[in-house]
Each structure stands twice: as C-alpha cells, then as structure tokens.
Design a protein. Structure first.
Length: 160
C-alpha cells in the first residue's frame, strides 16, 4: 500500500517515492506538481491565489502561486533535485464564481496565468495541464511515476 500525504488548501508538500501526494477540492485553486524523474522526488502545492503583495507575511507564502512554487522548488533542491531536470504539471483554475471577475478574468484564470508565468520565469517546462471549466477537481500525484490523476464529479478521471 502506498502511503498518502494530504496537501491542504494554501499549502504544499514534498515527498520521495513511493509516496503519493493528494489534494481535494480544487475549484478556482490550482494544484501544481514538480517532479524529478531521476531522484523520484515530487512536490505538490494547492495554490489559492495568484500573487502575494509586498507586505505578505512569510507564513502566508504557500497561498500564492508566485511564492509557493519557489518554496516548493527550494525544498526539492535541498533534497538533491536538479532544477534543470524538473517537469511541472498543474490542474484546476475553474471558474467557480463567474460573477467575481477582475480585468475580465476569473480568479481561476488568474491563478492559471500566475502559474504559467512563474514556470516561464523559472524556466521549468510544463508537460501537461488540465484547467478551466466550471467543475472542481481532486488530484493524486505519484512521486514514483510523476503521474497526476485528476478526478471530478460528473467528469471522466484523467491521468496527465
């Protein structure tokens, strides 16, 4: 039986094989994984918001795409991962609250944009994603294989 580590909203975890990281209830939030196939080490973040402000306290960094991904990357590098070998995947970013738009984009769309922006900045390739729509998702990230299993109510389960 594979051990499972739950990643809660506005948090992240890093784990080595054979562990599985799981996060429930991704609506407008985005679940972001990083994976080092050589080391069999992965990380999963449950990102709630696109960017923290200048006065954001460090205890809130895991909430934001721009800071959570950097923290997770730092923890993975501390375990011996090579940034040049990491691959990213992400899922979520649904439009759960269509009436709450800023600059004509939902919070889910802004979260996805922020994730893409930070991976471009860090020069980490994205191998797959499953975003948008109006449905929630739960994800299981396998630190052995790098597979992200995405399940949703009334949607087919997919693996990216």
């Amino acid at each position: 039986m594979t051990d499972i580590i739950q990643v809660k909203v506005a948090d992240y975890k890093v784990a080595a094989s054979p562990l599985t990281l799981i996060s429930y209830g991704l609506g407008s939030c985005v679940g972001v994984s990083l994976f080092d196939e050589d080391k069999k080490i992965g990380g999963l973040a449950h990102i709630m918001l696109p960017k923290g402000g200048e006065n954001t306290e460090p205890k809130f960094f895991p909430r934001y795409a721009d800071t959570a991904i950097k923290l997770m990357l730092s923890d993975m590098e501390a375990l011996g991962c090579d940034r040049g070998k990491l691959v990213a995947k992400f899922a979520g970013g649904s439009s759960m609250f269509p009436g709450l738009k800023k600059d004509d984009k939902s919070i889910g769309e802004r979260n996805v944009d922020a994730v893409v922006e930070i991976f471009n900045l860090l020069q980490i390739p994205v191998s797959a994603s499953d975003t948008g729509g109006s449905h929630g998702r739960s994800i299981r990230f396998n630190a052995e294989t790098g597979e992200m299993k995405i399940s949703s109510v009334r949607q087919e389960t997919i693996i990216i």
